[in-house]
Design a protein around this ligand. Sequence first.
Ligand SMILES: *[C@@H]1O[C@H](CO)[C@@H](O)[C@H](O)[C@H]1NC(C)=O
Ligand SMILES: *[C@@H]1O[C@H](CO)[C@@H](O)[C@H](O)[C@H]1NC(C)=O
Ligand SMILES: *[C@@H]1O[C@H](CO)[C@@H](O)[C@H](O)[C@H]1NC(C)=O
Ligand SMILES: [Zn+2]
Length: 593
Amino acid sequence: MAGGEPLLSNGRPSSEHSNDLAEEDALLTGQPTQRRGGPRTWQFWREIGLFVWAVIATALVIVLAVVYQRAQDPKHSSPHPAGKRNLIFMVSDGMGPTSLSLTRSFMQFQNGAPFSEQLVIDQHMIGQSRTRSSSSLITDSAAGATAFSCAMKSYNGAISVDPEHNPCGTVLEAAKQAGYMTGLVVTTRITDATPACFAAHVNQRQEEDRIAEQMVGDYPLGRVVDLMFGGGRCHFLPNSTEDSCRADNKDVVELAKKNGFNYIADRKAFDDLKGGKALKFPMLGLFAETDIPYEIDRRNENNIYPSLHEMAEAALTALSAATKDSDKGFFIMIEGSRIDHAGHHNDPAAQVHEVLAYDKAFASVLEFLKNDPTEGVMVSTSDHETGGLATARQLHSSYPEYLWFPGPLANASHSAERLALEYQKYMFDSPSASDQQKFVQDSITSGLGIRDATADEVSALIKDPATSLYQYAEMISRRSQTGWSTHGHSAADVNIYSSDPIAARALVGNHENTEVGDFLREYLGVDVEAVTKELQEKGAGLMVTSNNGTQVSWMGEVAEEGKRLDGQNHVASYGGDFKKRHFQHGRGCDCGH
Ligand SMILES: *[C@@H]1O[C@H](CO)[C@@H](O)[C@H](O)[C@H]1NC(C)=O
Ligand SMILES: *[C@@H]1O[C@H](CO)[C@@H](O)[C@H](O)[C@H]1NC(C)=O
Ligand SMILES: *[C@@H]1O[C@H](CO)[C@@H](O)[C@H](O)[C@H]1NC(C)=O
Ligand SMILES: [Zn+2]
């Protein structure tokens, strides 16, 4: 608008007399004025001319202003290209802005790089997302992903169901029905909340057995996912097998195969896909019993587990080839799933490696988009922040120095999770007291790279092996002066990134997380509401047999937690909790990510 104002004031006739002003105003408002008598003078025609000029100039300004505003307004700019297109949606679960400060400084420290050196992702930030759910100011990953998949706020724990427990169609389901190919690539269990929200509908996120069945096509829409890479094999295997974590003896791998899936479960089979060139659809690749190990541990087990960027590259190569002759492209969700877990564990060493692995996958996606002939865009965001992470920590009562130290993160060779697991395995064999002392000291020096452990730290680990995960993580956090305010999530706004700020202009600036969901469906141009209708029609009254033989809804039981958190009252009601509950160390946390 700045350019418009001089035009308006220049075009306005200069009036020397208040009388002229009165006439001009009268003309503009259509009110009659008291005209002086006499013939129409040159002065009169001059005023008419100036008035017409003023009207035209004003109209021009208004038109320019409207055009300018429409150009700024995403609703009126072209949200997507007209033809074939690919959409790559990346989720950095639990990664808040501070995770990037932490990782960037760590990267500079490790590479001896100057302070101006950035992560790849740093160079593509376009906006921020506000993350609250319908039931809480702090979301969980289920409500967070439902905001993306259904473009709808729902309660914590909801897997693509609305607050009234109706299924909501997802962008992936709508994309499949519109002729796109679809994929999900994650480092956690493929049945975990984020991937589940794109291809399953259950009332409680804990129902991972049911989610596994739905994701391979055993639900009202049939098979909608063409490719899945991740962990979580145990939810697909019948409880009669050793690696199962199912409550029943259903063989979901068999079910998947019956629905056409090519199933692979190890590194060798992944390598046989030749980077995606030899991949056959539909594809189910489950490379770990539960979560794929943290990158800080996985990098030493590369012969067992593929990395996030390897899985992403293979998926993109295969999806691109499979849609080569189609007039529709593909939709894929790629998640750096365990940035969140490192936040829950308050383990900064594990986290920086998770974020670097995500950054690498991010770079792979940019490279793919640069080389692929089909028009496409990548949008990357987080569902929420985890840990209340601060790159600062006050260790003493004296006024702190302004410092945090990446060095202790660089010295750690293992995650706290891995060290705790090994410690528990070790304790299972009931060692002698002196052996235990030696084991603990070795784990500190070789696993954490810490050479100045205090006697208190060592004896606490010996006394309480059950909380060793948090203890190991705390030792790294204190030495690096990394602060955490919670083992859970926080309400911090999270960043939005894109390969193309023009194509993703609707997400420039600060947005509700549901607007990210709006963008996904609008970019693909798919009818998600039709899917919601279909799900609700086909699913109405649909019951399945539960483990104890009773009939339950195909979306499972309604959660107690869902009931409790459902609705708005919860949000602002402070009940004096800080007095009622004292902090207690839990065992390694896998509760409600
Ligand atoms: C395995 O699942 C079946 C139901 O499918 C159940 O009857 C049985 O108790 C389960 N076994 C175990 C060991 O959980
Ligand atoms: C990291 O390890 C090196 C070599 O063992 C040691 O000299 C250094 O003090 C350690 N740094 C920190 C911050 O613990
Ligand atoms: C079966 O399990 C459901 C929970 O899944 C429970 O509500 C119901 O009472 C149980 N029925 C019997 C007969 O145990
Ligand atoms: Zn979480």
